[in-house]
Design a protein around this ligand. Structure first.
Ligand SMILES: Cc1cc2nc3c(=O)[nH]c(=O)nc-3n(C[C@H](O)[C@H](O)[C@H](O)COP(=O)(O)OP(=O)(O)OC[C@H]3O[C@@H](n4cnc5c(N)ncnc54)[C@H](O)[C@@H]3O)c2cc1C
Length: 332
C-alpha cells in the first residue's frame, strides 16, 4: 500500500521554488505502485519528475505522484549499437554521464540538463543541435484511465520542438527504450559549440564535447540549486519566412535560423533583450543578466509575481514586434 501524505509543501519539488502546496502526495518506485495509486484515487493527478520544467504557481488540489522508478537494463547489443531500457525516474544528466563513461554515444550534447528521463521525453529536450527524440526507440507507459500498459513507438510519440504526445495524453511513462551508437561521431555542427571546440583546440571526442558543453552551460545558465530558475522560461519563436522578412526589414539585427518547412526560428531571448529588459527586475523576479530567456526567483516570489512578470514581458514583446511569445515551462 502506497503511503499518501496530506498538505505537502511543493517548494523543494520544483526548481523555481515558489512556496505552494499540494493536497495529496506520494512517491512511486515501480509500475505496480503506479497502478495501485491510480486505482485508488479519483482525484486530479500530476506526475512529477524533478520539477525543472514545472512551476507550481498555485496550490495543487489533487494528488502529486512523484516518479522514482529507477534502473538501467541492457536489452540488446550489437557491434554498432546498444538498446537500453531506463526507468523514468532516473536522472537524465546522470544517465548521459553513465553513457559517455561506457562509450555509448548520441546524447553527449544533452549533458547537464536537469530533470528525469520521463520529463526529458515529455518535453523532447534539446540542446546544441540534438534532441532526445533522435535516440528513442519507444516509451513504456500506463494509461491512467484504462490501467493498461502500452509501448508507444518513436513515431507514435509525435515528437517536435519541445513537444510530444505526452503533453496531452493520459499516459504515465514508466521507462524508455533508447538506442545508442557504439561508434563515436561527435555532433559539433551547432555554431557556438563549434566555435568553442575550435578555440579550446581539443581533439574532438564525445567526452570533449560534453566537457565543453558543461563549461558553456555553467557560464550561461545559473545553477538552479543556488539561483532558483527553470532554465529557458520561453520557447523560441517559429514564424514563416514571409513574416521573418518583414521583421528583418524593420529590425535587421535580429538573428533568424532556418527551421525547415519554410519556417524560421527566432531567439526569444534576443527579442526580450531588444525590448531593453535584460536584467530587469520586478516583484522578486529578475530577467537573468546573462541570458534573457531565464527568469529567476530571489526566494520570495509568489505565483502572482511570476504571472505578472510573464504578462509584462509578453506585452512588451508583442507591442514592439507583434509576436506573441509562449512559455516553455508548465505553469500550474
Ligand atoms: C537550469 C535548467 C536548464 C535547462 N536546460 C534545458 C535545455 O538545455 N534543454 C531543454 O530542453 N530543457 C532544459 N531545461 C528544462 C528541463 O530540464 C527539462 O524540460 C526536463 O526534461 C524536465 O524534466 P523534469 O523531470 O524536471 O520534469 P517535470 O518538470 O517534473 O515535469 C515536466 C512535465 O513532464 C511530465 N512528466 C514528468 N515525468 C513524467 C512521467 N514519468 N510520465 C508522464 N509525465 C511525466 C509532468 O507531468 C510535466 O507535465 C532546463 C531546466 C533548468 C532548470
Amino acid at each position: 500500500m502506497i503511503h499518501v501524505e496530506n498538505n505537502v509543501s511543493l517548494r523543494n519539488f520544483h526548481t523555481f521554488r515558489i512556496d505552494s502546496q499540494c493536497k495529496h502526495y506520494c512517491c512511486v518506485k515501480t509500475e505496480d505502485d503506479i497502478i495501485d495509486v491510480i486505482h485508488q484515487t479519483d482525484e486530479n493527478i500530476f506526475i512529477l519528475g524533478n520539477g525543472s520544467n514545472t512551476i507550481f504557481c498555485n496550490d495543487f488540489h489533487g494528488l502529486i505522484i512523484h516518479n522514482k522508478i529507477n534502473g538501467i537494463e541492457v536489452l540488446k547489443e550489437t557491434a554498432n549499437d546498444i538498446t537500453l531500457k531506463v526507468g523514468a525516474g532516473e536522472q537524465w544528466s546522470g544517465f548521459v554521464d553513465w553513457c559517455i563513461c561506457n562509450n555509448y554515444f548520441g546524447i553527449e550534447n544533452l549533458v547537464m540538463i536537469p530533470g528525469t528521463i520521463g520529463g526529458a521525453i515529455v518535453q523532447n529536450i534539446g540542446a546544441y543541435g540534438v534532441e532526445v527524440s533522435n535516440v528513442v526507440d519507444g516509451v513504456n507507459v500506463i494509461d491512467n484511465k484504462t490501467f493498461k500498459s502500452l509501448y508507444i513507438s518513436n513515431d507514435e510519440c509525435r515528437f517536435s520542438y519541445r513537444d510530444s504526445i505526452f503533453k496531452c495524453s493520459n499516459y504515465v511513462i514508466t521507462n524508455v527504450v533508447f538506442v545508442l551508437s557504439k561508434k563515436e561521431r561527435p555532433n559539433i555542427r551547432y555554431k557556438s559549440l563549434n566555435d568553442a571546440i575550435k578555440s579550446s583546440g581539443c581533439n574532438v571526442t564525445a567526452k570533449d564535447v560534453s566537457n565543453v558543453i558543461k563549461q558553456l552551460r555553467s557560464q550561461r545558465i545559473p545553477d538552479p540549486n543556488i539561483v532558483y530558475n527553470s532554465g529557458s522560461f520561453f520557447k523560441n519563436v517559429i514564424i514563416s519566412k514571409e513574416s521573418c522578412y518583414k521583421l528583418l526589414a524593420k529590425y535587421p539585427d535580429i538573428k533568424a535560423y532556418d527551421n525547415g518547412d519554410g519556417l524560421v526560428k527566432i531567439s526569444t531571448g534576443q527579442l526580450i533583450e531588444l525590448c531593453g529588459l535584460r536584467g530587469f527586475e520586478k516583484n522578486n523576479i529578475r530577467i537573468h543578466d546573462g541570458n534573457a530567456m531565464i527568469l529567476t526567483n530571489n526566494g520570495k516570489a509568489t505565483g502572482k509575481d511570476l504571472t505578472d512578470m510573464f504578462d509584462y514581458i509578453r506585452g512588451k514583446v508583442y507591442n514592439k514586434f507583434g509576436i506573441t511569445i509562449e512559455p516553455e515551462v508548465l505553469m500550474i
